[in-house]
Design a protein around this ligand. Sequence first.
Ligand SMILES: Nc1nc2c(ncn2[C@@H]2O[C@H](COP(=O)(O)OP(=O)(O)OP(=O)(O)O)[C@@H](O)[C@H]2O)c(=O)[nH]1
Ligand SMILES: [Mg+2]
Ligand SMILES: [Mg+2]
Length: 531
Amino acid sequence: MAKSKYEYVKSFEVEDEVMQPNLIIVRIEGCNFERFSDIHDLEKPNDEKALALMNSCAAAVLEEYPDIVFSYGFNDEYSFVFKRKTKFYQRRARYFPRLHVNFNKMMSLIVSFFSSVYATKWKEFFPLKKMKCPLSFLARVVCCASLEVLQAYLAWRQSECHIRNLYNTCLWMLLKSGKSAKEAVEVLEGTQKQEKNELLFQQFGINYRMLPEIFRQGSCIFMTQAEDVVKHDEHGIPIKRMRRKPRMIHNEHIAGRNFWNGQQYLLMELGPFDNEIKKIKAEYVRSFLFENKLMPSTWIVIRIDGCHFHRFSEVHEFEKPNDRQALNLMNSCAVAVLEEFKDIVFSYGVSDEYSFVLSKDSKCYQRQASQIVSVIVSFFSSAYVMKWKDFFPFKELKYPPSFDGRAVCYPSTEILQDYLAWRQVDCHINNQYNTCFWMLVKSGKSKSEAQSYLKGTQTREKNELLIRQFNIDYNTLPIMFLRGSSVFRIKGEDSVMPEDGTFEEVKQEIILSHSNIIEDSFWKEHPSILC
Ligand SMILES: Nc1nc2c(ncn2[C@@H]2O[C@H](COP(=O)(O)OP(=O)(O)OP(=O)(O)O)[C@@H](O)[C@H]2O)c(=O)[nH]1
Ligand SMILES: [Mg+2]
Ligand SMILES: [Mg+2]
């Protein structure tokens, strides 16, 4: 297909990669989970159903991504460990013989899938409670240079589970017994493990060790081979096949040799733990957290794109080439994203993608790429599932969709505008091609005939084809199909700048439009967007 003069902006898209054979962990944790938990009236300090939902989502991730071999979670967090030689978004680096993994893509897909499964399965676990708002997760990648680092990491997370659970159990018992939040915090300040155990036992008759394992130890889920009856033969004898199945267990020492070396699958994919961990140095493990900060004073664009939406749109019988409701759903999710993330000043969407522009001076998550990408892509995915019924009341969502995300920085407003123009030109080129293609197919041509018919044709020829053969004036098609959609903020009419120089909070409105953003005139009409 034709290329536009804006294509040069692609060169700003640099990939973040991890060199193998590093062991890779993706850790996700609920963003603002306390607020989510309050809104949904979850039980404190642990809600068994919410934990079961987290575990069920993690199991779904393991089934979806066979390269993940082990996972551990507690509370609102989960860590996913990849097998040594993951082929997931792998590519051969140009100058080095090693294999590299594009971990931003990998991380964003996992967090997106997890969030959309969470929203999908919510009603299974809370049939009487409506999910009131999307939940997003922050994700990060941890690279472990050796198995010992992975062992230390797991020991660290499990000790965090224990420390937090003991503290929260005490805190909530004190609160339930009538203490104020301030008083309860004061009682617990500086207390050691032993003292907390005693407090629970003496004041509340609770033996901490008798609390459910899932609260104290967290949950591990990993794959095992299990025999499954697939069908019965004509004599009624069951026919069995080996199948990978996620298995969940609770264990007190997941980083201990006893537990780890006892799991065949883990030994095979990751190897044995040779020694026991003596003391966990959190600082040591934290030093492996990968933090990629985006360049200051540059426009940040987070572009998300539906994963295998070709298949998704087939399965859900989207209209071809454009499904109005599917696009309206994408737009509605974009509006929700702008309502949630105040640093986003503009967004542009077409087909299964959306680009979100964060202001140049944004300090969002200290400009850490993985955090910003994950929180936006997972919020969007969650919103997509939650809003599905509003746009497709008569169509069932057959499986949870996922989106990948990336962050790209643009150093000047002109280049950012060129980026957006590139996306809109792409919208135009694809839409014109797809309109012709599907008209030809609907008129009786095979897909390959339609393809060769259109090969090498220019814009003008395609427009003529549409008029001549199908009596369609391309420019009269719905404007959303022609131009894609922009969602942005403009300052409300009632915004005032008081004369005494004090600023009042400027009321902002979120607008959806299908404007031409390639032309300068759009930006001149809305000078406040990219100021
Ligand atoms: N019928 C129909 N299909 C759509 C619509 N919007 C998007 N799609 C489908 O989604 C695809 C999006 O293109 P891509 O993002 O390049 O392809 P993908 O299948 O999502 O693959 P990856 O993004 O690489 O995972 C299109 O090729 C269409 O098949 C729509 O409104 N109607
Ligand atoms: Mg896609
Ligand atoms: Mg796409």
